[in-house]
Every structure is written in C-alpha cells, then in structure tokens.
Design a protein around this ligand. Structure first.
Ligand code: FCB
Length: 440
C-alpha cells in the first residue's frame, strides 16, 4: 500500500503511465515504414537474446484492453509516442492512412475513457529513410522533423493534452552516437556533437511549427536526469561529476530554454559542432509550456585522464539497487525538481517517467512510495510539480536489454501476450480510486 493519497499532491495533479511506440506496438505491417530500431535490433549482438520489437506487446491490436487497464487503475493520463515511420513511412512526404487511423482510434479511445493523451513525437524510432541520409548528423533532418510536427499538430493537436517534441535527447545523442548502445549504434564524437545540436534545433523548429497548428495542446520537451556525484572528494572527481552533470542534466534544457550551452561542454565539443552553431540558438529556444523530467537513478564519476573527449568513467555506488543494477536514490528527484524550478522559472514540471525494473513487488511499491515523498518534498519547497507518470504500464521491449527488465505494473505472458496486473497495479488503483469503484 502507498502511504500517500491522491489528494496530497493537489487537486489537479495528474497521475499517468507511459509507454513508447517501438516498445509496445508491434504492428510493423500496415504501411509502417522501417525505423532505425527495426534494423538495429535485427543486427546480431545489439540486443539481449536478439530480442526485437516486431510484435512487442501487440498494442497495435490490443490497445483497447490496455486503455481499460489505464482507466480501471484510475490513471488520469497515458503518455504515448507516435511512431514517425507509421505516419510518414519515408520520414517525409506521403502519409500512411492506416497510421493516421490507428492514432485516431487510440486518441479517441483515450478521450472516450476519460484519459488525457500526453503525446511524444520522437521516442527514438527515426525513419530509416532519414538515417540513410545521415539521420541526426544531417541538418536536413531538423526540417523533416518540423514538417512531421506540423502534420501531427494539424491532425491530432486539438485532441491532445500535451505534445513533447523529444523524449530524452541524451539517449538519442550520447547513448546512441557516442556510446553506441542504442540505434543507430555509432561511437563517434563528431556524430554525437552534430546530433546534440540538430536534435535541439529540431525541437525548436518543431515547437515553432506546432504553435500555429496544435491549438490547445501544451508544448514541451522531456529530458532524463541522472544524479551525477563525484566518486571521491578529489578536485578531479568533483570536476568530472560537474562535467557529467552539464552533459547529462544541463545541456539540453539550457539549450532549449535559455538558448545557450554549458561552457564545459562546448569547450570540448566545439571542434565537432557544425560551424556557426551559435546562430541557431534563437531558433532552438522558442517559448515552451512545460518541462518533463524522467528520473531513475544516479552515477558516480571518477576522473580518468586516459579517456578521450570526456575524461571520466561512470561507476555504480553501493546504494540499494534494482534488478538491473540501477541505484535507488529518491532524494535526488527532490533536488532535480527544485533545481529545475529555480533554473527555468515559470514552467510547470511533470515527472514524465519514473519506475523500477523488479520482480519483487514490495520493492517496486516502496520505490514509488519514496519517489512520491520526494515529489511532495519538492512541492512543499515551492516547485510547481503537476504530475507523476509511471514507467510503465506493461513489461515491454526494453531496447538493448530486450524483454529481460521488468518495469511494468502489469506483466505479460510471453506466449499468449495476456496482461497480468501485479500488486503494484492494484496499489496504484487503491490510491488513485481511493476506494471508489472504477467506472466500467
Ligand atoms: C527511459 C526510456 C524508456 C525506458 C525507461 C526504462 O530512459 O525513456 O523508454 O527505456 O528508460
């Protein structure tokens, strides 16, 4: 049982669950174009057990029962993402009618069930046709994204509560172009710097394009924050953590909201950024309506002069961990919420993802309970936190880790794909419906 009540968070606080297109939809026929996650997962060695999202949770067909689960638990919102290549199979140009119809059904299905649609335009599944032309390394992709954003805004905007341009720019750029862990699997500093800049430019152009088209929807961006702490109190480790914090937790919001990049990062990336990158900063930073923060864990930073570009290694500490080894550190959520409220004043904040991979339900429930307390603490100290969106409703395709991690409030039979609510699902239901029977 959670030790919190819905009402503790304020009358309009939104509780929701998040899932992302490639992790759940399947439905790869029906006119959907190829994305970088299709081919990355199809390549040996890139995902655990060679798992793929070909069928995933079959949400493409089973979405009505998934929306029923969301409604019956008393959640207010479903944070979902559009698969760009389902709507525009080539990334630009011809629209796939079946894709429009699918998201029409999904969004109308949410509204019929009293669920607020929180949409994300880009949760990592770039159309392969755009990757063929250099993907995020190519400035033209920013224009393609703005056109896609305008199209989504025009067609769906009046039915959406909010639209985020990007989910987790750090993962799209550093994890995917520098560390090679996610699609497209590059390890190249120039590719990384260009991707970092172009994703932010695409964000800015996308916001500006949607301002006209997406009447009513509140426009924002979702970043992941990960607590960066020094491994020891040496000046070198302290500086390593400060650099890690700037790359992970400041670069993208400072760019999108303040129109500037942290100097520690540009001192290093300058030779690899596009020429005259500074000229783009105004286009990168049009006004937005809200900030989304995804928060899971922390890393310790140890200086290592032998590592080129960013001279540190990240190590795990000795706090309690989830079953995928992520340390549990709720108080950093309070810190991030207060810092975000202070650094970017006037913008409502949503915790757009937060959750744990676990098979031990008591541990999952305790995780959420402590993070709820962390949100309350931030609210009490003045942060304008408007919602908590749990990652995730159903165990799903966890990218390079395949289907091994268990982040869901609901399990899934690997053969029948039947959904099986876990204790944490029922605890959410008890907190959110507060004894009321969910409507049928
Ligand atoms: C976040 C991603 C989400 C999922 C969770 C566990 O970084 O946005 O898709 O992978 O982590």
């Amino acid at each position: 049982m959670f030790s919190h009540k819905r009402a503790d968070f304020g009358p309009d606080f939104v509780f929701g669950v998040a899932m992302a297109a490639h992790q759940i939809e399947g439905g790869q026929r029906d006119g959907r174009g190829s994305s970088i996650w299709d081919t990355f997962a199809a390549t040996p060695g890139n995902t655990r057990n060679a798992d793929t999202g070909v069928i995933a949770c079959d949400h493409y067909n089973r979405w009505p029962e998934d929306l029923a689960l969301i409604r019956d638990a008393g959640f207010d919102a479903y944070r979902f993402s559009f698969a760009w290549s389902r709507l525009l199979p080539e990334g630009v140009g011809t629209v796939n009618r079946a894709g429009l119809d699918f998201y029409d059904r999904l969004i109308d299905g949410m509204l019929e069930r009293g669920i607020k649609p929180f949409a994300t335009l880009y949760h990592w599944d770039l159309p392969s046709a755009l990757q063929d032309r250099g993907g995020w390394m190519n400035r033209d992709t920013t224009k393609a994204f703005a056109d896609y954003a305008a199209m989504v805004g025009r067609h769906f905007g009046d039915r959406l509560e909010s639209i985020a341009t990007f989910n987790e720019p750090w993962c799209i750029t550093v994890l995917s172009h520098f560390m090679g862990v996610h699609a497209p699997g590059y390890r190249d500093v120039r590719a990384t710097a260009r991707a970092m800049h172009h994703v932010l430019l695409a964000h800015g152009l996308g916001i500006s394009a949607m301002r006209e088209e997406a009447a009513g929807a509140k426009l924002g961006i979702v970043v992941n924050m990960e607590k960066a702490e020094p491994y020891s109190q040496t000046p070198e480790d302290i500086e390593a953590a400060a650099l890690g914090d700037d790359i992970f937790n400041r670069f993208f919001l400072d760019g999108a909201i303040k129109g500037r990049y942290p100097q520690r990062v540009t001192d290093i990336l300058e030779p690899y950024l596009p020429t005259n990158w500074q000229d783009d900063l105004p286009a990168i930073s049009p006004p937005i309506d809200w900030i989304g923060i995804n928060y899971y864990t922390r890393f310790l930073y140890r200086h290592d002069a032998s590592v080129p570009v960013f001279p540190f290694v990240q190590v795990r500490g000795d706090l309690e961990k989830s079953n995928v080894g992520w340390e549990i550190y709720p108080q950093a959520l309070t810190e991030f919420l207060l810092r975000t409220a202070g650094d970017y004043p006037g913008l409502p904040i949503y915790v757009t993802e937060n959750g744990i991979s676990e098979t031990d339900e008591a541990k999952r429930i305790a995780f959420f309970d402590k993070h709820f307390a962390a949100i309350r603490a931030a609210q009490q100290q003045g942060a304008d936190v408007r919602g908590h969106i749990a990652w995730t409703l159903i165990d799903n395709f966890e990218w390079a880790e395949g289907y091994d991690p268990k982040f869901g409030l609901v399990g899934m039979d690997p053969v029948t794909r039947d959904r099986q609510p876990k204790q944490s699902y029922y605890d959410f239901q008890a907190m959110l419906t507060d004894g009321r029977q969910p409507t049928a």
